[in-house]
Design a protein around this ligand. Structure first.
Ligand code: ADP
Ligand code: ADP
Length: 226
């Protein structure tokens, strides 16, 4: 039961919109899974259901065998990175990265070590005293990744994290993400509507349309279909 398992997930919003219609899929621990599909097909709803931001109408989500849909304590095992970064504007880069550690049972000295090694991994060493607004989009996204990954989540959820970047920066950030994914033992679930990006990144794909899954499986299988 290692990894993520979604069983019969359904989301009907209060206005009656059926956004996700009884979907099931599983992701092996350590895989890079991409959820792809057109705008409005239910990708974000699915992703945010995985962390309890959107309470599912029906269905279960388990991480390493534990139900995570309504168990806030387990959310510490899950990191989230958004298209618009959502950094804390009133905190420096260092304070942003340190933020989650302050809320855990970690000594100040340990926190210093974790922040320093994460800053090195993300090539943010020269920027720790700056405000997020002073950084480029790519740098801000690296801070957002550092802020999540410093907590060593089992699962990292990425919602169109490169959406607003120009093509060159996107390609560079893709290489960063693939490198990070190789170095860490974290399961990545990455949402995009961009098929070429999905093919460059994914081990495993979930192809959604109109609230349902059209195909899912290893990337080669999904794209070698007749
Ligand atoms: P995607 O991420 O693929 O663009 P979403 O999960 O955002 O898809 O949306 C799926 C469907 O649910 C769409 O029809 C969208 O308009 C609808 N939806 C999303 N959020 C809400 C909400 N808070 N209330 C009502 N409908 C919503
Ligand atoms: P994305 O494209 O990233 O899925 P959207 O622009 O569709 O995001 O949605 C932005 C926000 O608006 C989200 O919080 C989503 O839940 C909400 N939303 C989307 N569609 C609807 C809808 N039909 N009714 C109410 N809220 C919605």
């Amino acid at each position: 039961s290692a990894g993520l398992s979604v069983d019969g997930l359904t989301k009907i919003y209060p206005d009656g919109t059926l956004a996700v219609d009884d979907i099931s899929f599983s992701i092996d621990a350590g895989d890079f899974c991409v959820i792809i599909g057109p705008s409005g097909c239910g990708k974000s709803t699915t992703l945010h259901s995985l962390v309890g931001n959107v309470p599912p109408t029906k269905g279960t989500v388990t991480l390493d065998g534990r139900d995570i849909t309504d168990a806030p304590t387990y959310r510490r095992d899950i990191g989230l990175v958004f298209q618009d970064f959502q950094l804390f504007p009133h905190l420096t880069v260092e304070e942003n990265i340190r933020y989650g550690l302050e809320r855990m049972d970690v000594s100040a000295a340990e926190a210093d070590d974790h922040v320093a090694s994460m800053a090195e991994m993300m090539q943010l060493e020269g920027m720790l005293d700056r405000d997020p607004a002073e950084l480029s989009a790519g740098q801000q996204q690296r801070v957002a990744l550092a802020r999540s990954l410093v907590l060593e989540p089992k699962l990292l959820l990425l919602d169109e994290p490169l959406g607003d970047m120009d093509y060159k920066l996107q390609k560079r950030m893709e290489r960063e993400l693939l490198r990070l994914h190789r170095e860490l033992e974290t399961t990545f679930v990455y949402v995009t509507h961009d098929q070429t990006q999905a093919m460059r990144l994914a081990d495993q794909m979930v192809v959604m349309n109109d609230g349902q899954i059209e195909h899912s499986g290893p990337v080669r299988e999904v794209y070698n279909r007749p």
